[in-house]
Design a binder for this molecule. Structure first.
Ligand SMILES: Cc1cc2nc3c(=O)[nH]c(=O)nc-3n(C[C@H](O)[C@H](O)[C@H](O)COP(=O)(O)OP(=O)(O)OC[C@H]3O[C@@H](n4cnc5c(N)ncnc54)[C@H](O)[C@@H]3O)c2cc1C
Length: 629
């Protein structure tokens, strides 16, 4: 029996990087939040993610914590390079150059030097990142963090979510009543299970023995320049050595070979020494072991009613290109503004449909990028030439060849501009598309663009400010020609109480990049609309971007696009939402005919205003027309 009840607007489960970022972003938009977290206050996580992407750093800049984050991580002069050697202390045969923290903003040479952003990527392990964002969240008056607290169960109705949580030290049970609940509770998410979401995809892509060690003498043994990630390649073992603090703590990944039965079938100590290239006399201390499977799994839904999932709770994949945690941070920033728009009263609940419509397809796509990269890496690891450690010309040839291969495969994941800035939302119910195709992107390649759905391209303003620093908290109308009358859009936004800032974009860089005179940028810095003048019906545009647009048309377009792209998922969704919904309603009536009619009618009413409404009889024709056009 619960001893007390707490009320909050949004309950977040899990204070990992995703939950904390969501809480800070919501608080920044004026929403009070409660987080429940199993761990002790400030207890660091296992050393996992080492890379804070440029896009995540842009988010943290907006939230006022980028500078604090830049101060943690590897020592300022520690090279962030990725090197390839026969062992950690062996012969180097390739190096991907990445500027160190001190030179991050000045060193434009090399494949990772040029980033069109005020916030290039940052190398800091999660054990350093999380305490900074935790302390920042803790200090915010509208964020309450309940540590040593675990969610046990949840129930929802049309108005609220009621969660039952337990204090792990005292056993005390509390009820937390919220308008919305977001599960950011990691790969083994309780919330994901509670909403009946299933992980689908590839359960095992690779198996990795992971050992966190302390070895102060290691740094001095290498014959080459230091690097953040040292990849050891020899025929006995292939693995990585990651510098965690740049002094004495290292993470070692030992990749299991296909014929090795399980984690215990490989002698951990022998594997570590082989990867490092050291003998039995070398001393190191094991700090922790957390063997892991590389997977490609995505939840088949990100939402049920008032409950959402984000981050590892919604997707898990091999974190190549640093896009495990960073994809979760992107979920958090997408969901945050949608929730805040609704809770702050300027958008209907329908705006929340955009979360799944935007994040699910892009998550699927990114997971496949990571998977494709994993397959190349698995191929490379399995094809180490016998002469890789040989002295003389034969060994030199083998190393040069392997060096080229390692560089060519991996430069794309370490310098992954495409994953940061190429991503776009092409099937959103709240974006006004203009028929222009989105520019293609890959792991590393992208074309900045104002096609609706793309990230609002960053430029430096003539007064030296970053465009992102000049933009408003919510919507921003960027005007490239000060002569264009924006009053119709401003008036329409005011009428609907949509916060809208107008910024005159005075920048030489914008020429050729911003091809229209007006660009409407969303609160998450993606383009919502563009044009040379305000649309004739400015109110209709404002309604569309706040989730109150014409229901059937927008939703049909979204679902028909989704149908072409993801047939299986679409059909499953159809069965789940329509058939089961109708069947559920049918059980409550007596006559079979009446029950069918009533079931369908009730189902139409139940899903009115949601994307699933298109399955209801009047709109199904539109769906079919859309599918065949
Ligand atoms: C070895 C390794 C290396 C990685 N490297 C990278 C990288 O370089 N780049 C990258 O982007 N990603 C990387 N990742 C992935 C990254 O660590 C995760 O994607 C990231 O931690 C996910 O953040 P999250 O907040 O979603 O979940 P988590 O970090 O797992 O946080 C979930 C939180 O929820 C809490 N919790 C769980 N259940 C409950 C409950 N029932 N009640 C209350 N609280 C609960 C947990 O205690 C935890 O604090 C790596 C992962 C691994 C394993």
């Amino acid at each position: 029996m619960a001893s007390q009840t707490i009320a909050t607007r949004v309950l977040i489960v899990g204070a990992g990087p995703v939950g904390l970022t969501l809480a800070i972003d919501l608080a920044w938009r004026g929403i009070d939040v409660t987080i429940v977290e199993r761990r002790h206050a400030g207890e660091p996580p296992e050393p996992k993610c080492n890379h804070v992407s440029a896009r995540s750093m842009e988010v943290y800049r907006r939230l006022g914590i980028a500078a604090m984050l830049r101060d943690v991580g590897l020592p300022a002069d520690f090279p962030n390079d990725a090197s390839y050697r026969t062992s950690f202390i062996g012969t180097e045969f390739a190096r991907i150059s990445i500027p160190c923290r001190r030179d991050r903003f000045t060193d434009k040479s090399g494949p990772d030097g040029h980033w069109p952003t005020p916030e290039p990527p940052h190398r800091a392990n999660q054990i350093f990142l999380e305490p900074v964002i935790f302390q920042h969240a803790l200090a915010l008056p509208s964020v309450t963090i309940l540590n040593r607290t675990q969610i046990e169960s949840l129930e929802q109705n049309d108005d609220e979510v009621v969660a039952t949580v337990r204090n792990l030290d005292t056993g005390e049970i509390t009820r937390i009543v919220s308008r919305y609940l977001v599960g950011c509770d990691g790969g083994k998410s309780t919330v994901r299970r509670a909403i009946g979401a299933q992980l689908e995809g590839d359960a095992v892509v690779q198996r990795v023995q992971a050992t966190f060690i302390r070895a102060p003498d290691l740094i001095g043994l290498q014959q080459h320049k230091r690097s953040w990630m040292t990849n050891a390649v020899n025929q006995r073992r292939v693995g990585n050595v990651i510098a965690i603090d740049g002094r004495e703590r290292w993470m070692i990944f030992n990749y299991l070979k296909p014929d090795e039965a399980d984690f215990d079938s490989v002698d951990r100590d022998w594997a570590i020494r082989t990867i490092l290239g050291v003998g039995p006399e070398f001393r190191y201390e094991v700090l922790s072991k957390e063997d892991w499977y590389g997977r490609r799994l995505i939840a088949n839904k990100f939402r049920e009613g008032r409950v959402f999932i984000a981050g590892d709770a919604a997707h898990i994949w091999v974190p190549y290109a640093g896009y495990g945690m960073n994809a979760g941070i992107a979920d958090a920033t997408n969901l945050s503004w949608l929730l805040a728009a609704h809770l702050n009263g300027w958008a209907p609940a329908e705006i929340l449909h955009a979360y799944e419509a935007e994040r699910w397809p892009i998550t699927e796509q990114v997971s496949r990028f990571a998977m494709a990269h994993a397959e190349k890496e698995i191929g490379r690891r399995g094809a180490v030439p016998a002469a890789i450690e040989a002295p003389g010309p034969e060994g030199d040839r083998a190393r040069a060849e392997m060096g080229r291969l390692c560089y060519d495969i991996n430069v794309h994941q370490y310098c992954c501009g495409g994953l940061n800035f190429g991503i776009y939302y092409d099937a959103s119910p709240i974006i006004a598309y203009d028929g222009t195709a989105h520019p293609a992107f890959s792991l590393s390649e992208f074309t900045p663009s104002t096609v609706p759905g793309c990230r609002t391209p960053h430029v430096w303003l003539s007064d030296g400010r970053s465009l992102y620093d000049a933009m408003g908290v919510e919507y921003t109308l960027l005007r490239l020609d000060p002569g264009v009358d924006v009053s119709p859009l401003v008036a329409a936004a005011r009428q609907r109480r949509v916060p809208l800032a107008v910024v005159d974009l005075d920048s030489r860089e914008a020429t050729g990049l911003y091809v229209t005179k007006l660009v409407l940028s969303r609160p998450d810095q993606h383009v919502a609309w563009r044009g040379d003048a305000c649309p004739e019906d400015a109110l209709a545009l404002v309604d569309l971007v706040r989730g109150a647009g014409p229901k059937s048309d927008g939703r049909c377009e979204f679902l028909c696009r989704a149908f072409r792209i993801k047939t299986e998922r679409f059909v499953r969704a159809l069965v789940r939402r329509f058939y089961y919904g109708t069947a559920f309603n049918m059980r409550r009536t007596r006559s079979p005919m009446a029950s069918t009619r009533r079931g369908i009618t009730e189902n139409i009413q139940k899903y009115r205003g949601s994307p699933w409404a298109v399955f209801c009889i009047p709109n199904i024709k539109d769906v079919l027309r859309g599918m065949t056009s």
